[in-house]
Design a protein around this ligand. Structure first.
Ligand SMILES: Cc1cc2nc3c(=O)[nH]c(=O)nc-3n(C[C@H](O)[C@H](O)[C@H](O)COP(=O)(O)OP(=O)(O)OC[C@H]3O[C@@H](n4cnc5c(N)ncnc54)[C@H](O)[C@@H]3O)c2cc1C
Ligand code: FES
Length: 359
């Protein structure tokens, strides 16, 4: 399926008996209200979205690594003079397909208790309104017509969203140490994972590694001051969960000079004495080449590893097969005679056990 063809907006098939559908199967579409949309640096922005009602109920259960499909087709372009030259040709392209985004943070806003004696409104609330408001934060990079349009959204605007979709990162039993490795725009789901690890696995020791070409290509609000760096808290987005972080840049403009995978190798060699591979797990999201390197490293060091593949997607709900990922594991669509299969990134992923993927 390509953008050039007039296609219908992907919608999940309507459930035959909506009333009988368990609530955890609800995927929308839902309307989310923009709470804020602020530029971070270079082409990066961070947007806060609020869900209420059934949307809040669905997104309250979002797992780190899951994603949602955003309908950005009706949003206006920014003023022509503000569009970067490199995007001028692409900007006018019609948006026919929804765009996938993962989440950097998901927070609940509690429902205020009903006022005693407030009459009928003080009755127990149905489950759907008990969740209150759910605020999700998205970090996005302006790359083309849809993300360019996203920059024009302001507080009070709404976006139609299907999700949460796909699977998410998991914490296998017995794991005591998590190594979060982000390359470029791979950091949002790992930021969300940091939030969840701190809340749900407080005894787990986590550390984050974030890499990019230069310091300007790091999709974070701002690195912390020198003292914070010295004690290991480079990035505020992880420090807020008391998770220390390392930064790697290809040109050495910040942190370790070189690839983030080499930064991880360095750290592993310096911490080999206290490190038990069987109790550790690597979670990675970023460019495919980085994921391939991390998967190989994990295999060599006998560390479990989960990778979020984030392939280019069209429908996002398992219908078009445009997001096929070649796997060694059974259970997908067979390919060739080596026992390999194709799995769908949007449905079977985007998070996979690194051992499953044929890189
Ligand atoms: C599961 C998932 C989660 C994602 N999460 C985020 C996120 O949190 N933040 C974010 O900024 N982006 C994320 N993306 C990528 C995002 O969907 C694209 O950047 C967006 O669709 C671009 O739309 P556009 O119209 O602005 O640009 P387009 O014109 O559609 O694309 C611009 C350029 O980016 C390339 N591109 C598009 N999608 C991808 C992709 N998945 N991987 C590599 N290159 C791509 C295109 O080939 C093209 O060269 C995610 C993608 C997936 C599949
Ligand atoms: S994006 Fe259509 S099947 Fe995955």
């Amino acid at each position: 399926m390509t953008e050039g063809q007039p296609v219908q907006q992907a919608q999940p098939p309507a459930p035959a008996t909506p009333a009988a559908q368990p609530s955890h199967n609800l995927k929308g579409p839902f309307e989310a209200t923009v709470l804020f949309n602020k530029p971070l640096r270079k082409c990066f922005c961070r947007m806060g979205l609020q869900f209420t009602g059934a949307g809040a109920e669905a997104f309250a259960k979002t797992r780190p690594g899951q994603f949602a499909q955003f309908d950005l087709s009706h949003i206006s372009l920014p003023a022509p003079e503000t569009i970067p030259d490199c995007l001028k040709d692409d900007a006018a392209r019609q948006i026919l397909l929804r765009r996938p985004f993962s989440f950097a943070r998901v927070a609940k806003e509690a429902v205020p208790p009903a006022h005693p004696g407030a009459g009928p409104t003080a009755q127990p609330k149905p489950v759907s309104s008990g969740v209150g408001k759910i605020i999700v934060e998205v970090v996005y990079c302006v790359l083309g017509p849809a993300t360019l349009r996203m920059t024009t959204l302001v507080k009070g605007n709404s976006i139609n969203i299907i999700g949460p979709l796909g699977n998410g990162f998991t914490v296998p039993a017995g794991k005591k140490r998590a190594l979060l490795v982000a390359g470029g725009m791979g950091s949002p789901p790992l930021e969300h994972l940091a939030q969840v690890l701190t809340a749900e696995h407080p005894t787990m020791d986590a550390i984050a590694f974030a890499g990019a070409k230069t310091k300007e290509d790091l999709p974070f609000e701002k690195p912390l001051d020198n003292l914070s760096r010295e004690i290991g808290f480079w990035l505020g987005e992880f420090a807020r969960y008391s998770i220390s972080s390392f930064v790697a840049t290809d040109d050495g403009s910040a942190g370790f000079k070189g690839l983030v995978s080499n930064c991880l190798i360095d750290w592993l060699s310096q911490n080999s004495i206290s490190f038990n591979p069987a109790e550790a797990i690597i979670y990675a999201c970023g460019p495919r080449s980085m994921l391939a390197t991390i998967a190989k490293l994990a295999r060599e060091k006998k560390i479990d590893c989960q990778v979020s593949m984030e392939e280019i997607m069209a429908c996002g709900i398992g219908l078009c097969q445009s997001c096929a990922v070649k796997c060694v594991a059974p259970g997908g669509i067979p390919v060739g005679d080596k026992g390999e299969t194709y799995k769908l990134c949007c449905k079977d992923g985007p998070v996979f056990d690194a051992k499953e993927i044929v890189f």
